[in-house]
Ligand binder design. Structure first.
Ligand code: UDP
Ligand code: MG
Length: 139
């Protein structure tokens, strides 16, 4: 996934609110190609593993509860400069600080329930994509 791929999740709040289609439309309009995608659900154990990097942060328990509270859409996306461009498309972690027109500005409820995930590095994009998809599920 070097350089041109990122990993995203449409989080439980956005799926529950009926925003899968709106968010995928924004992702496609921004020029990302979908390489792999599934509707799935994290167990609280797997949410804990996925977010292990945040295990010492005060919000870790709530984050794992929230991320395992309902279905999510997991996807691998491809575009030149994917990591940075996707972070710009989703906006800041806290929707209060997210730029106008970003996915989080439009669809996030709060800093915790913030509609979408976006990888922060090539290395994490690779690891996170592999967490959800085997090589046979990628196109
Ligand atoms: N989060 C939270 N409270 C905080 C910061 C983050 O609940 O004060 C949650 C939020 O869902 C966020 C996730 O933890 O998306 C991962 O945090 P990170 O700092 O990596 O933000 P992101 O990379 O998602 O913008
Ligand atoms: Mg992050």
């Amino acid at each position: 996934m070097a350089g041109n791929r990122t990993f995203t999740m449409i989080k439980p709040d956005a799926v529950a609110a009926g925003n899968i289609g709106n968010i995928l439309a924004m992702i496609n309009k921004a020029g990302f190609k979908i390489i792999a995608m599934k509707l799935t659900k994290l167990s609280s154990e797997n949410a804990g593993k996925f977010y292990a990097v945040h295990s010492s942060r005060p919000f870790y328990g709530e984050l794992c509860d929230y991320m395992s509270s309902g279905p999510i859409v997991a996807a691998i996306l491809e575009k030149e400069n994917a990591i940075e461009d996707f972070r710009n498309l989703i906006g800041a972690t806290d929707p209060v600080n997210a730029a106008e027109g970003t996915i989080r500005k439009l669809y996030a409820n709060s800093i915790a329930e913030n509609a979408v995930h976006g990888s922060d590095s090539d290395e994490n994009a690779q690891m996170e994509g592999s967490f959800f998809f085997s090589q046979f599920e990628r196109f």
